[in-house]
Design a protein around this ligand. Structure first.
Ligand SMILES: C[S@@+](CC[C@H](N)C(=O)[O-])C[C@H]1O[C@@H](n2cnc3c(N)ncnc32)[C@H](O)[C@@H]1O
Length: 208
């Protein structure tokens, strides 16, 4: 399997530094920060959720960053929302945004590679697997990521991932011992870290 070239986007320091700046921007002028892969992508994800997922489903966003996807879900009426990120400043920023907008979202600091407590109906990832697979230790990180995601997904739950670095075929290959693809939402082109071009895609999996 061909891997991507290592990039600073695969390091925790990159994200810690970035969210320090984004937190300062939020405090200074209320800017929540980057919407990774754009608003259109978020709209497509929300539409898929609205067509498929009950409003009280237990949903976790892994590597939630500023939490804007969860804010959108809360605004749509989803009530059982969790966000985790390994960057403390990301979690502080996400909590601040949720507080300001009066949404109840449960955020915590957690490295998905070290495991995640709880069982979820929907596990969502937008850009986190992309970041993890830009680390030099990609093979071990991928295995831990997939084991931990599988372990905390309910038997009938969905794992939804949006990637700008990997095609659907590549994701299917990476996940083949853990998950089976059930659906996908193609989205417009985006450029990210190690690779340019290609089409960012949202793919939906169930446990094998
Ligand atoms: C490209 S950003 C995407 C953020 C957010 N999902 C979004 O769509 O706006 C990648 C995120 O993954 C987080 N992250 C990277 N590796 C992680 C890990 N091992 N555990 C938890 N979060 C991680 C980073 O801190 C960052 O917030």
């Amino acid at each position: 399997m061909e891997e991507l070239q290592e990039s600073k986007l695969g390091s925790k320091k990159f994200w810690d530094d970035r969210y320090k700046v984004e937190m300062a921007n939020f405090q200074d002028h209320g800017d929540p920060g980057e919407i990774w892969y754009g608003e259109d992508t978020v709209e497509r994800i929300i539409k898929w959720m609205n067509d498929t997922v009950a409003k009280d489903s237990k949903i976790v966003d892994i590597g939630c960053g500023n939490g804007m996807l969860l804010i959108e879900l809360a605004a749509e009426g989803y009530t059982n929302l969790f966000g985790i990120d390994y960057s403390e400043d990301a979690v502080t920023l996400a909590k601040s945004i949720a507080l300001e907008r009066h949404f109840k979202i449960d955020y915590s600091i957690c490295n998905i590679l070290e495991g995640l407590k709880g069982q979820f109906d929907i596990i969502h990832d937008k850009g986190t697997y992309d970041a993890i697979t830009l680390h030099a230790n990609v093979k071990e990180f991928r295995r831990k990521y997939l084991e931990n995601v599988r372990n905390c997904l309910n038997e009938s739950g969905f794992f939804m991932i949006t990637s700008g670095n990997w095609t659907q075929d590549e994701l299917n290959e990476h996940f083949k011992n853990y998950f089976v693809c059930t659906d996908s939402i193609p989205i417009p082109q985006f450029k990210f870290g190690g690779k340019t071009g290609g089409v960012a895609t949202s793919v939906i999996y169930r446990k094998l």
